[in-house]
Design a protein around this ligand. Structure first.
Ligand code: ADP
Ligand code: MG
Length: 580
């Protein structure tokens, strides 16, 4: 239970503000998160990490000499937006290139990839290595589908040390991949975490039970067992991790870094009791533990739980793991003196809008009204959307959509007031939506609104055909970007039938309002019928079967939004009829 907060919606921002105030020796605030407040004499490759907030010391707490150069800090448990990652990477690049590294979650991948594309287009040399240490999140032959948990630190620390040692970008990338390939983690939880202002934890574990295979965003475990003794838990951890020794590692005489990580609400003393047995077991297997860590390395808000990570060393990784580091949340040895870095200056925002025709401005008015109405509808539905997402996902779909739609509505209103046309209004709303929402759905909604806007333009009058085509293109964009197909239990299961039905009706000559209304009804049924499916993509994937019987939250919110749009279009029509 989180007790201390002001407005829960401001929690992440206020937390970052306080963190920067407290940790100025290492970090300074920059658009999107933090970068170092110091710099080495010689420019190095920049390691930029990031993720949702709520995992301290990950991610901002790992910025400083020897580890990261910057961290994009998203909202609570929500991936940072591509704008945040872009801004942090740009501020951190000292001309030797940027390695982006973060835990492998669908939302983070979408936003970081988008930022990488933009940075590359502007001439930055950027590479990405995602962390995939959680052995419970996918089978060993699908390593690329695994998510990142406390093993983040093993990858960030060694890659950051390689950068500090002067490795070039190829070298830092190679180390990050190599460290990730040799890092495995196993976690358990005793209670779920409760986000500020929420009345319920994101998941619960029955008294006396332990969830096995937890996620660090409140994703529930894979299995529930009786709470073991400390020694039994240590045995479970070590036995399981030794079943999966990474390729290229000889068990006999191997050297490993054990990281025993508290998830936020477990006593250090309890962890030491567990670690005592972990150390004994590693010794019994002939392994040497090298500079272990016991403590909070990657938390999950106030969740009670613990994970064990093993980083399997070779000589190079050992040199990098034991190299000095000095960050707010992780210290080792003593680093060379650093100079103060120049303060980061934010780019000025250009609020002016491109020229638009009167017809397009009129359409922009309707778009502004539609977005305002969407924000209201989502506000009302947020709790229910969060509940749906907590059954097999991480419970943040409601708050993410709330942040996104409200920012989208504000940006659209500002654009309309400045005289923008349909495309500019939708583009501004898209950028604000994906920036403030974070998460998978934030990136996808940004993509949809942007694509629809591109079809409508700022000069043409908005016709039913243009809208139907724009919606089809938005569907294609979401499918290309998120790689989901119909039947994967995502919002695509609502978008595709909606877009196709709308297009069919418009081609057959129905007016926009009537066609939209009928397609929205069809969409609602399609969204509901995702109940029968098992999730295969996104956060819900590792809990696929748990989601059977519950519709996909992203599909439900999409259907709700199509219904809201129809209501606004109909109101518009009634007003017009009255006026006539
Ligand atoms: P996150 O998954 O990052 O927590 P949200 O909870 O806001 O983001 O959104 C979850 C929704 O995103 C899911 O219910 C699903 O509809 C949608 N989603 C997840 N992955 C994909 C994907 N690859 N393609 C399309 N939609 C997806
Ligand atoms: Mg979610």
């Amino acid at each position: 239970m989180t007790r201390l907060f002001n407005d829960p919606r401001a929690f992440a921002d206020e937390m970052i503000e306080g963190f920067v105030a407290a940790a100025g020796r290492w970090v300074q605030s920059a658009p999107g998160g933090v970068v170092r407040s110091t710099q080495a004499d010689e420019p190095t490759v920049a390691l930029v990490i990031g993720g949702g907030s709520g995992h301290y010391p990950a991610f901002g707490g790992l910025v400083g000499p020897g580890i990261a150069h910057g961290a994009a800090m998203g909202n609570l448990f929500a991936s940072p937006s591509s704008q945040q990652v872009y801004a942090i990477a740009k501020a951190a690049d000292r001309g030797r290139g940027v390695l982006l590294s973060y835990g492998n979650y669908a939302g983070d991948v979408l936003h970081f990839d988008q930022a990488q594309e933009q940075l590359r287009a502007e001439g930055h040399d950027v590479r990405t290595v995602t962390v995939t240490d959680d052995i419970w999140s996918a089978p060993v032959d699908e390593l690329h589908k695994r998510r990142g948990i406390a093993g983040d630190l093993a990858v960030f620390k060694t890659a950051g040390a390689a950068a500090a040692a002067g490795y070039d970008l190829d070298g830092v990338e190679r180390i990050a991949k190599h460290a990730n390939a040799r890092t495995r983690s196993f976690g358990v939880a005793f209670t779920g975490c409760t986000l500020p202002g929420a009345s319920e934890p994101l998941f619960t574990v029955p008294a006396g039970k332990m969830a096995v295979g937890l996620g660090i965003h409140g994703e529930p475990g894979i299995d529930e067992v009786d709470v073991p003794t400390a020694d039994e838990l240590a045995e479970m951890f070590v036995d399981k991790l030794l079943e999966e020794i990474p390729q290229g590692v000889e068990l006999e005489g191997a050297r490993v870094v054990p990281l025993l990580n508290g998830l936020g609400n477990l006593k250090y003393e309890e962890m030491f009791v567990v670690y005592r047995r972990v150390a004994q077991l590693l010794g019994e297997h002939g392994l040497t533990a090298v500079e272990p860590e016991v403590g909070e390395l990657c938390t999950s808000f106030d969740m009670s739980g613990v994970s064990l990570t093993l980083l399997w060393l070779d000589d190079e990784l050992e040199t990098l793991w034991t190299a000095p580091a000095d960050t707010p949340g992780f210290k080792k040895g003593s680093v060379a003196p650093q100079r103060a870095a120049a303060a980061v200056v934010a780019d000025e925002v250009d609020a002016s809008v491109p020229d638009a025709s009167d017809a397009s401005r009129e359409a922009a008015h309707v778009i502004g009204a539609v977005l305002a109405s969407i924000a209201d509808t989502i506000d009302e539905a947020a709790d229910e959307l969060g509940r749906l997402d907590s059954i097999a996902g991480d419970g943040d779909h409601g708050i993410g959509m709330q942040r996104g739609s409200s920012a989208g509505s504000d940006a659209a209103r500002a654009a309309v007031e400045a005289g923008a046309g349909a495309q500019t209004t939708l583009t501004r709303a898209a950028d604000a939506w994906s920036d403030k929402a974070g998460g998978t759905s934030g990136a996808l909604w940004g993509e949809m609104l942007r694509t629809l806007g591109a079809r409508l333009g700022d000069t043409d009058a908005v016709s039913a055909e243009a809208v139907a085509e724009g919606v089809e293109q938005a569907k294609d964009a979401v499918m290309a970007f998120g790689k989901a197909k119909v039947g994967d239990k995502t919002m695509v299961d609502a978008i595709a039938p909606f877009a196709d039905d709308l297009a069919r009706r418009v081609v057959a000559g129905e007016g926009l309002r009537a066609a939209w209304g009928a397609a929205a009804g069809y969409c609602e049924r399609a969204a509901q019928s995702t109940s029968a499916l098992a999730a295969t993509l996104g956060r819900a994937r590792s809990h696929g079967d748990k989601s059977i019987g519950t519709p996909d939250p992203g599909a439900i919110s999409f259907a709700l939004i199509t219904k809201t749009v129809h209501a606004v279009l109909t109101q518009g029509e009634q007003t017009q009829t009255k006026e006539q």
